[in-house]
Design a protein around this ligand. Structure first.
Ligand SMILES: Nc1ncnc2c1ncn2[C@@H]1O[C@H](COP(=O)(O)OP(=O)(O)OP(=O)(O)O)[C@@H](O)[C@H]1O
Ligand SMILES: [Mg+2]
Length: 255
């Protein structure tokens, strides 16, 4: 069967995309799903967050996009967490320039993924904080998109722009691209603003916001520096529990 491919995207920086990509991947893997995590950000945070430093790989998503390596050849099997990873590093910045002159530049990732799609249940793509050619490639390649929204000032800023990009991708390359859901992140129940943002989002995007929200939780911010998804760092913490709940919610919707 073909994998379900989900982009984690928001052009706003620091809203919890990578945290979601890593911990949702780990949650799905722990339920026995076969998961490929694609790091599509030159910052390489999903890669380092799984404890993979860039001296551990010769090829990365850049080599896949420029057609030099297959996904399979660029994949690292991170056995500890039962996750397959296509890593990224700063060389991906070069791809942006090279891709712009390439002919089918919007569907390079989709074409690359199609050859590996049968091997997985889920392919999760961690997008960079921009709406450039990398994110377009992710959206063209995906069945759906999860949009993390930080429960902070200006949370909804930029969401309209992202929705426009999704509309554009639907109209041109990927008519069936679905919004899997908005995910409220860094929620602080003691903070009125968090409650306000959550209420606004649920009103404005009724039925499209995951019931699970991710609390602000220091364990979530510590675990990447230990190279671990949070469930392998401190399973009982609120952050870990929220990502397990998100995994369940996603799986129950998918079935
Ligand atoms: N729920 C949370 N509670 C506390 N800290 C969090 C939470 N989610 C993410 N963080 C921390 O906030 C920072 C930004 O998170 P993350 O890297 O996941 O965002 P991002 O959207 O991927 O950022 P970028 O746009 O730079 O790729 C990181 O230091 C991360 O550890
Ligand atoms: Mg990130």
């Amino acid at each position: 069967m073909k994998a379900k491919t989900i982009s984690i995207s928001n052009q706003k920086g620091g809203v919890g995309k990578t945290t979601t990509a890593i911990n949702l991947s780990a949650g799905l893997a722990i339920t026995g799903k076969k998961v490929l995590l694609i790091d599509l950000d030159p910052q390489g945070n999903a890669t380092s967050g799984l404890g993979i430093s860039n001296d551990k790989f010769d090829y990365n998503i850049y080599h896949v996009l420029i057609g030099r390596k297959t996904i399979k050849r660029a994949t690292i099997n991170v056995r500890e967490f039962a996750i397959d990873l296509v890593p990224s590093d700063i060389s991906l910045i070069g791809a942006k320039i090279e891709l712009i002159t390439s002919e089918s530049r919007e569907s390079l990732l989709k074409d690359a993924i199609s050859k590996s799609s049968d091997s997985y249940d889920f392919i999760i793509i961690d997008c960079p904080p921009s709406l450039g050619i990398l994110t377009i490639n992710a959206l063209v390649a995906s069945d759906s998109v999860i949009i993390p929204v930080q429960c902070e000032y200006y949370a909804m800023e930029g969401v309209a722009q992202l929705l426009n990009t999704i509309r554009l991708v639907r109209a041109t390359y990927n008519a069936t691209l679905d919004i899997e859901g908005f995910l409220l992140t860094m929620y602080d129940k003691r903070n009125n603003l968090s409650i306000q943002v959550a209420n606004e989002m649920r009103q404005h995007f009724s039925g499209k916001v995951f019931s699970t929200h991710v609390p602000r939780n220091v364990r979530l911010s510590e675990s990447p520096s230990f190279g671990k998804p949070v469930i392998y760092y401190e399973e009982k913490c609120a952050g870990a529990q929220s990502y397990l709940a998100l995994t369940e919610e996603l799986l129950s919707e998918a079935s």
